[in-house]
Design a protein around this ligand. Sequence first.
Ligand code: NDP
Ligand SMILES: Nc1nc2c(c(=O)[nH]1)N=C([C@H](O)[C@@H](O)CO)CN2
Length: 240
Amino acid sequence: MLNKMPVLITGGAQRLGLACAKALVSDGYDVVITYRTKRESIPALEEVGVHCIQADFSTHKGVENFIQEILENYQGLRAIIHNASEWQTEKEVTDLAVLMEKMWQIHVFAPYRINLAFEPLLCAASESLGMADIIHITDYVVEKGSDNHIAYASSKAGLANLTHSFSKRFAPHVKVNSIAPSLLMFNEQDDIEYKQKARKKMLLSKEPGEQEGVLSIQYLLRSRYMTGRTLSLDGGRHLV
Ligand SMILES: NC(=O)C1=CN([C@@H]2O[C@H](COP(=O)(O)OP(=O)(O)OC[C@H]3O[C@@H](n4cnc5c(N)ncnc54)[C@H](OP(=O)(O)O)[C@@H]3O)[C@@H](O)[C@H]2O)C=CC1
Ligand SMILES: Nc1nc2c(c(=O)[nH]1)N=C([C@H](O)[C@@H](O)CO)CN2
């Protein structure tokens, strides 16, 4: 593997991460994903050559173990897509300190530590392939806050700020951008009432699906000039 310079996608075993892994394999990239839960999607990904690494970013040790596994297997990374995320609401927890720490651990510390650890690998890919990328998947709520996911929203704002700092630190060898979806895809537990309410928040009142996110990632990987910016995938929500 040492001669490969793959795209790394965190949280690649389902939904947007999985769709992105499949699309980038089709585009000809080598792909590495992380997964926390061993899902049915893993064997099929391995069948097409995706290196699937089990990693739980909720602890510092989990992050450090993952970093070591990448450093032992790769000398370059074409891109890092920080997609792993837990969308937890204040309604689900009793200990707010645990919630806030968890949100910041997953959405801010893990991307921060991984970006710094893999700076040499990104620069090696940039020298060899001509460009390297970091993509932070944030959220529309960075702009407006959230009523029921306050800790989550604050941590995504922290992640969005990493785009500013790392785009300056890593220029001109590595581009660093955010993608901020509003609604991409619902969850199985979302009822009809919730879905209707969520759709009405956008000018384009629909569930776009994960391919909207895949298209944005493909664009950023092909761009030679965008860095330090955010692609807002929100169906015109900011004008409603
Ligand atoms: N879905 C939507 O409509 C929207 C999504 N977004 C953002 O887009 C991205 C993709 O969304 P979506 O596909 O719904 O994401 P998911 O909710 O499916 O989460 C993606 C993956 O993150 C992984 N993950 C969660 N916690 C951890 C952890 N502690 N350590 C390692 N991995 C972890 C999960 O892994 P596993 O399954 O293996 O446990 C999961 O598969 C996310 O960053 C999300 O915040 C933003 C706005 C709207
Ligand atoms: N990690 C996740 N983050 C978010 C999700 C999700 O399913 N997983 N979903 C949303 C919602 O789509 C919300 O934007 C509208 O209902 C936000 N973040």
